[in-house]
Write a protein that binds this ligand. Structure first.
Ligand SMILES: [Zn+2]
Length: 315
C-alpha cells in the first residue's frame, strides 16, 4: 500500500475487512490484546476476539477502547475523515466534511472531535535541544468591540453584551516554537509567570536559547535560559537574529484557520483545536501516508490496561 491522495486511500480500503486487518496490525502488531484486562491470550471468534483470561472472558474487536469505539460509520469513512482533517492545512469544518463524505453534520462534528483527541500529544514535545526557540502569547476570538487592550473582561462565557449577542471573551494562547522545528501550544487563563513558566519548563530543556518580546513575564527566563528579547515597543523587530517572526507567522496561520474555517471556538473546545493545529504543523515534513499511520498509532482514546501499567512502572 502506498497512497498519496484520497482516491488512492479509498481504493486501498475498499473493504471493511482490509481496514480491520490494517488497523489490527497498527494497534497490536497483529497480536490481539484484550482491551479490558490486558491479557494477550485470546480466541478468534466470528466477529472479533474473546479474552482467554477466566476472570475476564469478554468479547472485543480492534475498535474497543479507541476513538472508533461504538461508532456506526465504517472504518473506511473514518480513515477518509482522518486523511482530510490532517491534510487540509487550515483544518476542515464539520459542514464541509459532512458534504465530502456523505454523513450528517452532527456525525462529522463528533468524528472531528474524536480525531482531535487522537491528535493530542501523548508525550510533551521537547523543543530547543537543537535550535533556538521563540515564545509568545496571543489572543483568540472575542467580540470585536471588546478587543481593547487592557480592558477588564468577564471570564464567563455566554453572558450577553449590551446589544444582546452572546459575549465571547478573548482567550489567551501561549506558543513555544522551534525555528525550523516543532510547536507546543496551550490555552492559559492569563499570561503570568505561573502559567508561562510552567509551560516553558515542561517543553524547553534548561540552558536553551529563547527569544521573546519585551513583556515583563519573560525577564525571569534569564535564570535558567539564554534569553534575549526584541523591543517591539521601539519598533525593532529583528536584531542580530533575535526575533519572534517564526511564532508570529504561526499565529497568522492558526488565526486564518480558526476564524476562516471554524469561525468561533469556545473556551471549552479551544485546547482541542490547538492540538489539531500543532499536530498538523509538527508532521508537515511527513508524507500523507506516514502522517496517517503516525496518528493512527495514537488512536487509543482511553488508557488501555497495558499502557496504564507501563506508566505505573515508569513512575
Ligand atoms: Zn480480558
Amino acid at each position: 500500500m502506498n497512497f498519496k491522495s484520497l482516491p488512492q486511500l479509498l481504493d486501498y480500503f475498499k473493504e471493511e475487512k482490509t481496514c480491520i486487518e490494517y488497523y489490527e496490525q497498527i494497534r497490536w502488531d497483529g497480536k490481539p490484546v484484550c482491551p479490558h484486562c490486558g491479557c494477550e491470550r485470546t480466541y478468534k471468534t466470528t466477529r472479533g476476539y474473546k479474552c482467554a483470561n477466566n476472570e475476564c472472558y469478554k468479547k472485543f474487536t480492534v475498535t474497543v477502547g479507541t476513538i472508533f469505539h461504538g461508532s456506526k460509520i465504517s472504518l473506511r469513512i473514518w480513515f477518509a475523515a482522518i486523511y482530510l482533517a490532517t491534510t487540509h492545512k487550515k483544518g476542515i469544518s464539520s459542514v464541509q466534511l459532512a458534504l465530502d463524505l456523505g454523513i450528517t453534520q452532527k456525525t462529522a462534528w463528533f468524528v472531528l472531535h474524536r480525531i482531535r483527541e487522537m491528535l493530542k500529544d501523548k508525550a510533551p514535545q521537547m523543543l530547543g535541544e537543537n535550535n533556538m526557540v521563540e515564545v509568545d502569547e496571543t489572543y483568540i476570538g472575542g467580540n470585536n468591540k471588546n478587543r481593547h487592550y487592557g480592558k477588564k473582561r468577564s471570564q464567563v462565557d455566554n453572558t450577553l453584551t449590551n446589544s444582546g449577542e452572546v459575549y465571547q471573551p478573548k482567550k489567551m494562547v501561549v506558543g513555544i516554537i522551534e525555528r525550523n522545528g516543532k510547536v507546543a501550544l496551550k490555552h492559559v487563563p492569563s499570561a503570568d509567570l505561573n502559567n508561562i513558566g510552567a509551560l516553558i519548563s515542561k517543553h524547553v530543556p534548561k540552558g536553551s536559547t529563547i527569544y521573546s518580546d519585551e513583556a515583563p513575564v519573560y525577564s525571569h527566563l534569564k535564570k535558567y535560559y539564554t534569553h534575549d528579547n526584541v523591543k517591539h515597543s521601539l519598533n525593532v523587530y529583528v536584531e542580530n537574529g533575535v526575533h519572534t517572526n517564526t511564532i508570529e507567522n504561526f499565529w497568522s496561520v492558526l488565526k486564518r484557520g480558526l476564524y476562516g474555517v471554524y469561525h468561533q471556538v469556545s473556551a471549552k473546545h479551544l485546547e482541542r483545536y490547538l492540538d489539531e493545529y500543532s499536530a498538523r504543523f509538527n508532521t508537515r515534513d511527513l508524507s500523507s501516508q506516514e502522517r496517517f499511520e503516525k496518528f493512527l498509532i495514537d488512536s487509543e482514546s482511553v488508557l488501555s490496561y497495558k499502557r496504564l501499567t507501563n506508566i505505573n512502572k515508569a513512575s
